[in-house]
Design a protein around this ligand. Structure first.
Ligand SMILES: NC(=O)c1ccc[n+]([C@@H]2O[C@H](COP(=O)([O-])OP(=O)(O)OC[C@H]3O[C@@H](n4cnc5c(N)ncnc54)[C@H](OP(=O)(O)O)[C@@H]3O)[C@@H](O)[C@H]2O)c1
Length: 340
């Protein structure tokens, strides 16, 4: 395929580029050139077009592609502008949306579940309140210009693996690697049996390309099947990868919340069992699996993430976006009477 990727230089987009080149697709990237890092040089063999989706689109004002993959649409006006610009010159439009687009995550969502809504649809603030509903509006903008048959709306769950800038999933392989060295207890959140669901960015990239190639359209939740793994299995896989035999100290949701520990951020992937997000990691994935979504083993994702993180320079290995500081974690363990 002849592919145009809007973005393509940070995380999901980088995996898309690597997967597309490995398949023999021709790849053109459109971005501002701000996210390219010496740590992550662009693979050879791509055509680079510079511009800003919120400003100068002249670099993509001409040209035709079999498909565009839009990795960085967060505002409906931006999705609308890009889809309008390309509608007559691309065969298909794949939008990287999110499972956050659904109105509620209290119960498991299939693709036909209600989408989120907000009153201030022209806001430019992307935050916890607006991110999901704005993604839903981005989807609508793409469908408006492309028509349903040429629109592919990919709704990933939590995306994990190498190049992940969010530090969320990466925190666990790195945390267990620290335990392998210092032998200190590890604070494990909630319940070892609580189900987790996410998608390796490499599996996501392969799925997007498969869906484009097969002419699929409409919305697809893109995640490992519900119940793919549990918090306990994740921590064990991380311990195995790091060669650790840690003492996992499990703390209940209520105790963590009472101590002011923030779900998802302070202890990544931890969502309290009865919270508003209880089914965030339990979306239905039948549609993607039927089309051919392949999900690699957890051990592969953990090992690749750990290897990538270990290869980063020391300053880039620090966790300043997610995870507890060592001091805070020790304090929580100490206050629970389990560690001093
Ligand atoms: N991470 C998750 O768990 C998760 C879960 C669900 C959905 N998603 C979705 O997955 C996508 C992830 O993005 P990613 O960062 O991994 O993709 P990416 O394509 O690897 O990186 C973002 C790209 O967008 C470009 N960009 C940003 N602003 C731009 C602008 N104004 N004009 C042109 N290019 C621009 C950046 O390059 P420059 O800065 O150089 O312009 C960069 O190449 C997002 O749509 C997100 O909503 C993520």
């Amino acid at each position: 395929m002849d592919l145009l990727i809007i973005g393509g230089t940070r995380f999901v987009g980088r995996h898309l580029v690597e997967a597309a080149l490995a398949r023999g697709d021709r790849v053109t990237l459109f971005n501002r050139g701000q996210s390219v890092s010496p740590l992550a040089p662009q693979p050879a063999g791509v055509t680079l077009l510079r511009g800003d989706r919120q400003g100068d689109l002249s670099a993509i004002a001409e040209g035709r592609w079999d498909a565009v993959i839009d990795c960085c649409a967060y505002l409906p006006a931006d999705a609308d502008r890009m889809a309008r610009c390309l509608a007559n010159r691309v065969g298909r439009y794949a939008l990287i949306s999110s499972v956050s687009a659904y109105a509620s995550a209290a119960l498991p969502n299939a693709e036909d579940a209600a989408l989120g809504q907000i009153d201030d649809t022209d806001t430019t603030v992307v935050d916890g309140r607006t991110y999901g509903p704005l993604k839903a509006l981005c989807e609508a903008a793409v469908v408006k210009h492309m028509g349903p048959a040429r629109s592919l709306l990919i709704r990933p769950g939590l995306v994990v693996g190498p190049y992940d800038p969010t530090q969320r999933f990466t925190w666990w392989p790195a945390r267990l690697a620290r335990a392998a060295v210092d032998g200190l207890p590890v604070l494990a959140p909630g319940d070892a049996k609580r189900p987790l669901q996410f998608i390796d960015a490499r599996d996501l990239a392969a799925f997007v390309l498969l869906a484009l190639e097969t002419g699929a359209s409409g919305a697809f939740n893109a995640a490992a099947p519900p119940g793919f793994t549990t918090m306990g299995n994740l921590l064990q896989a991380c311990a195995d990868a790091a060669g650790a035999a840690p003492w996992l100290h499990w703390m209940a949701d209520a105790d963590l919340l009472a101590q002011g520990v923030r779900p998802w951020i302070d202890l990544p992937l931890w969502l309290p069992a009865d919270g508003e997000q209880a089914a965030f990691m339990a979306v239905r994935t039948d549609r993607a699996l039927e089309l051919g979504l392949k999900v690699r083993p957890l051990a592969d994702t953990v090992a690749a993430t750990l290897a990538w993180w270990r290869a980063l320079p020391p300053e880039a290995q620090l966790f300043n976006l997610a995870g507890l500081s060592a001091e805070r974690e020790a304090g929580l363990l100490s206050s629970s009477g389990s560690f001093s």
